[in-house]
Design a protein around this ligand. Sequence first.
Ligand SMILES: Nc1nc(Cl)c2ncn([C@@H]3O[C@H](CO)[C@@H](O)[C@H]3O)c2n1
Length: 232
Amino acid sequence: MSIHIGAQKGDVAETILLPGDPLRAKWIAETFFENPVCFNNVRGMLGYTGMYQGKRVSVMGTGMGVPSISIYAHELITQFGVKNLIRVGSAGSYQEHIKIRDVVLAMAASSNSGINTLRFGGADYAPTASFELFQKAVDAAKNKNIAIKAGNVFTSDEFYTDDFESYKKWSKFGVLCVEMETAGLYTVAAKHNVNALTICTISDSLVTGEKTTSKERETTFKDMINIALELA
Ligand SMILES: Nc1nc(Cl)c2ncn([C@@H]3O[C@H](CO)[C@@H](O)[C@H]3O)c2n1
């Protein structure tokens, strides 16, 4: 039992999928796992462990933002022995060629979060994906004939920004999309020498203003989950 996860050591698999929304974790467990068992409902942050094609795997919500995912990642790694943390989430496109429903692998994460600025005394730390998980994800996507894109993503501390045009600077420097967790996840994983990867599905575009419906989010989400589960 940790402060925020009401489970026993051994209840969580070495590989865990991490959607932001706990109800998405429930949907993944019920849709893809054999014999899913719920190991956490503290604060409603549902977590499940089950079998997928003979492999033991877990899934748990993280909430939104760097502070929330950092708490869960820290406890999953240090108190439940998780070695592979795979964020599966939605993101907003910053590029014309990054379309709604595209699947994007985060090679690295830029951020406006102050956590690493404080931690590294103003020097720029570069939160980076696990090469092992990244390579496996690229291979899995190829084997499944799922198109993917990969690059730098932006982890923002805000969803409702005062300066809507601010994304254009990040876009000019090649950032593919915006979300709110990856920089935190990659930093905590690196601190504890374990593997992390973010796989995003583009749910909206700041370039075109397009948004997917919640139904579209659910169906397009499957490609991302099918790739993530191959990493177990
Ligand atoms: N800032 C921000 N902006 C856009 Cl356009 C987003 N599209 C999806 N997300 C993700 O979805 C949640 C916000 O709806 C966050 O967890 C974030 O990671 C986004 N977060």
